[in-house]
Ligand binder design. Structure first.
Ligand SMILES: Nc1ncnc2c1ncn2[C@@H]1O[C@H](COP(=O)(O)OP(=O)(O)OP(=O)(O)O)[C@@H](O)[C@H]1O
Ligand SMILES: [Mg+2]
Length: 580
């Protein structure tokens, strides 16, 4: 896991390394200071040698300055490396998510992916920064201080080792208890993000149904959970701090107790035995050792939290899209003919019933096909198999006589222009949105597509024309305008197959008929699939598919279906009567 995540350090390896080097230097100076102090007291002050005091005083000052400079350098490099690592990790995750299939996204849930990309990466970034600075510092300091303390007086220094072991055991116990709570905490944050993004996306629906109260209660329940787990987790963590203080000061008292006895016994003579200066430096080392233990344990807490985050990020990085190119993919799509051969399909492998069963269908290139059927009958599912949003459970889907799985995904999707049932516009300008279909489209090309989609009329009325702003989600356009922009965007792709999934539901029948005839005249070779609720939208089509409960119930022209399909005749008669 660590190896996979560490790959994202990339160009920031040097900074990470420099940060560790500078922190090591910082520690060396810091550990030297008590030693210089001891000499200054024992040889300078005790023997009233002013020259010695000046010399070692100067040295003390120099060490302090150097320690500070190294500290600053280390902080700088650690910050650069940490932020850089965070940036790379976010980018890698984002790239991975772009490769995900619909099924992958469904499995993780959108909210969870958001948490992973934001909160989890921040934790990892902090932990990494802490590691290259705090942990390295803590460990170096621990080692150097213990060595220095042993050099001064091995007998007393043993106390430190005992204390260190006791503390380490304590920390290990606390982290074991806290670990599962952090797991729950992160799951609750996932739920919060899911709830939040769903609510904001559907805020209009919430208001229409006066569901604010309900939504607030739902959200509050989740935030209560977050609070509960945060408090629980923190409780264990704060427990560690006072316990550590207690142990630390008991340790200092022990050193002072045993040390002062030794000083008195040796007559405070540096050449004979233990001295005041040595005892002072030993206490300083003791404090440094405990400080570094504290620091390491804090870093450890960070690691506990971040281990959970790391696991969650690792899961995303490890997941490979279940829809990928075949080994030698075909990049050329001959034409827009479509064939379904004994196709069965369901969204989840555990679902009992198939969403599509036993679909057999042949569509010639350039034909216009209408699809009708009750909601949930599988219309959207059927067309989702063409660009391989999902793969079939069994059977084959062929385009241009070739199984869709044998095409290069990019080429396949490039050749299909699709207006989704839930169409989306992005914030930017109209031109930005249209160019989603074709990066390099000129204004003339955009105007031509907009003409066919009957979008020119309202685009040209805007002050900025094609450079007018589109708010997030296209909220500053009406439903019908949005649909027409999405149609123009799909046409601009210059595809071999054009699919409209209920894409003219918000457009009036006259405009709709204009769009249809425009498409027929200008793109005679493009296969057009129109899913619709209105008979008028499909009755001029070459063939009409009637779907019911995941099966094709009837397939034929308007006149044929009027004779053979009861459902079609019923729909036709009710709609025509209503219109009359
Ligand atoms: N992403 C999904 N995951 C699981 N089940 C799904 C998913 N999308 C659709 N379904 C299920 O598949 C069935 C067919 O849905 P589909 O969207 O194809 O219907 P539809 O004919 O397009 O309906 P509508 O006219 O309402 O758009 C439904 O029972 C639906 O619950
Ligand atoms: Mg649908």
């Amino acid at each position: 896991m660590i190896k996979t995540l560490a790959k994202s350090i990339r160009e920031f390896k040097l900074q990470s390394f420099l940060s560790a080097i500078f922190v090591a230097l910082e520690v060396i100076f810091e550990v030297s200071i008590p030693w210089v102090m001891a000499r200054l007291i024992d040889y300078g002050i005790e023997k009233s040698d002013m020259a010695y005091v000046y010399r070692f005083g100067g040295l003390l000052f120099l060490f302090a300055i150097l320690q500070m400079l190294c500290g600053i350098a280390c902080a700088y490099f650690a910050t650069v490396a940490g932020s850089g690592f965070g940036k790379n990790l976010r980018r890698d995750l984002f790239k991975k998510i772009q490769e995900f299939s619909f099924h992958n996204v469904d499995t993780f849930s959108a909210g969870s992916l958001v948490t992973r990309l934001t909160e989890d990466v921040t934790f990892i970034q902090q932990a990494f920064q802490m590691m290259i600075r705090g942990t390295v510092r803590g460990i170096f300091m621990l080692i150097f201080s213990i060595v220095a303390a042993f050099l001064i007086n091995a007998r007393i220094a043993r106390i430190f080792v005992i204390v260190a072991v006791i503390l380490a055991i304590g920390i290990a116990i606390i982290s074991r208890l806290a670990f599962p709570i952090f797991d729950k905490l992160f799951k609750a944050i996932d739920r919060m993000n899911n709830c939040l993004s769903e609510n904001i996306r559907a805020i209009r629906v919430v208001k229409t149904f006066n569901r604010e109260e309900y939504e607030i209660n739902k959200f509050t329940a989740i935030t209560d959970d977050i609070k509960k787990y945060s408090v629980k987790g923190e409780q264990y963590m704060v427990l560690g701090y006072p316990a550590m203080q207690l142990v630390s000061f008991t340790c200092i008292i022990a050193v002072a107790w045993i040390g002062s006895k030794a000083v008195i016994a040796s007559g405070n003579n540096p050449d004979l035995g233990f001295t005041t200066g040595q005892m002072m430096s030993l206490i300083a080392y003791g404090l440094q050792i405990l400080m570094s233990l504290m620091m390491t344990s804090m870093a450890f807490v960070m690691f506990i939290i971040s281990a959970e985050s790391a696991k969650r990020i690792y899961e995303v990085l490890l997941t490979n899209s279940d829809i990928v190119d075949s080994p030698n993919p075909i990049t050329e799509i001959k034409n827009g003919s479509i064939e379904f051969k004994n196709v069965n399909f369901k969204y989840s492998s555990t679902a009992q019933k198939n969403v599509l069963s036993n679909i057999n269908l042949k569509i010639e290139s350039g034909q216009t096909i209408g699809i009708m059927g009750a909601t949930g009958s599988g219309k959207t599912s059927l067309i989702s198999l063409l660009p391989r949003f999902y793969d079939t459970l069994s059977g084959e889907v062929l385009i241009g006589g070739v199984n869709v799985k044998d095409y290069q995904l990019k080429a396949l999707r490039d050749s299909i222009g699709m207006v989704l049932q839930k169409n989306v516009l992005f914030s930017g300008t109209i031109a930005d949105n249209l160019r989603f279909g074709n990066k390099s489209a000129s204004y003339e090309e955009m105007a031509k597509a907009a003409d066919i989609a009957c979008a020119s009329e309202f685009i040209n009325e805007k002050e900025g024309k094609y450079d007018s702003t589109v708010e997030q989600g296209g909220s500053n356009f009406s439903g019908g305008q949005r649909q027409r922009l999405c149609i123009a965007r799909a046409i601009l792709k210059n595809p071999k197959i054009l699919i409209f999934d209920d894409s003219t539901s918000a457009v009036d029948t006259k405009t709709e008929s204009k769009i249809r005839s425009g498409l027929r005249d200008i793109y005679p070779n493009v296969t057009k699939i129109i899913i619709a609720q209105r008979v008028s939208s499909v009755m001029e089509a070459d063939k009409i598919i009637i779907m019911d409960d995941g099966k094709i119930l009837a397939f034929g022209t308007h006149n044929e279906l009027l004779k053979t399909s009861d459902i079609y005749r019923d729909i036709y008669e009710t709609q025509v009567k209503e219109a009359a």
